[in-house]
Write a protein that binds this ligand. Structure first.
Ligand code: 2AM
Length: 187
C-alpha cells in the first residue's frame, strides 16, 4: 500500500483586507510618527488578521472556504486611530478605537468553526490590529492619529507567500459580510 503523497502546504490566515485607498491613507497618516529602524509593511500588505492558521495542506482549502461561507455577520466600521508598540514581537501597530461587537463575533465564529474542523488557532486573545512595522527598534512618536474610517464589508482567506523581496499576502477568496435581516413584524 503506498502512502498518499503529501499535498503542497500553504501558509494561510483569515483577515480583513484594506482597500488600496485606505492602505495609502494609513501609510500617509502614520509615516511621520514612525521612528528608528524597522521593516515597514508595504501598503499593499496592510491587513487585519482574524485567525492565523499557519501551514495547511492545500487540499483542505475547500473545507476552509465552506466553513467561511457559512458565517453570517453584519458589516461594521472601524475607526483606526490607536498607535502602539509590542516590544516582544517588536511591531508597531494601528488599532481601532474600539472593537465593534460584529468584529468580535466574526473572529469568534471563525475560530470556533476552525477549531471544530480541526484547524488549531492561536490561543491568545483576539487583539485586532494592523501591523505597520516589524523589527521596530522603538515605539511610535504618538499614541493616536486622527481616526481613519474603515467600512468593513468582507473578509478573506489569505496566503502568505515568501518572495525574494519579502512576504506578500494574497487573498485567495473573500466572503461578503451580510446585513442582518430585518425582523418581521408580528402585526
Ligand atoms: P502580525 O501582523 O501581528 O505579525 C500573516 O503572517 C499574518 O498572520 C500577520 O498579520 C501576523 O500577525 C499574523 N499572525 C498571527 N499569528 C502568527 C504567527 N504565529 N506567525 C506568523 N504570523 C502570525
Amino acid at each position: 500500500m503506498s502512502a498518499r503523497p503529501a499535498g503542497r502546504r500553504r501558509r494561510l490566515f483569515f483577515g480583513l483586507p484594506l482597500d488600496a485607498s485606505l492602505q495609502a491613507a494609513v501609510g500617509t497618516a502614520v509615516r511621520p510618527h514612525v521612528r528608528g529602524r524597522g521593516r515597514r509593511v508595504p501598503p499593499e500588505n496592510l491587513h487585519l488578521t482574524l485567525a492565523f492558521l499557519g501551514a495547511v495542506a492545500e487540499d483542505r482549502i475547500p473545507q476552509l472556504a465552506a466553513l467561511a461561507a457559512g458565517i453570517a455577520v453584519a458589516p461594521f466600521t472601524l475607526e483606526l486611530t490607536r498607535l502602539g508598540y509590542w516590544a516582544r514581537p517588536r511591531v508597531i501597530w494601528l488599532a481601532p478605537a474600539s472593537v465593534p461587537p460584529a468584529l468580535a463575533e466574526l473572529a469568534a465564529a471563525l475560530r470556533e468553526r476552525l477549531e471544530g474542523a480541526g484547524f488549531p488557532c492561536d490561543a491568545r486573545p483576539f487583539a485586532p490590529h494592523v501591523t505597520l512595522v516589524r523589527k521596530a527598534g522603538r515605539g511610535p512618536a504618538v499614541e493616536a492619529i486622527p481616526p481613519l474610517s474603515w467600512p468593513v464589508d468582507r473578509f478573506c482567506l489569505f496566503e502568505s507567500r515568501t518572495e525574494p523581496d519579502g512576504a506578500r499576502y494574497v487573498p485567495l477568496a473573500c466572503w461578503p459580510l451580510t446585513p442582518a435581516r430585518e425582523e418581521e413584524g408580528d402585526d
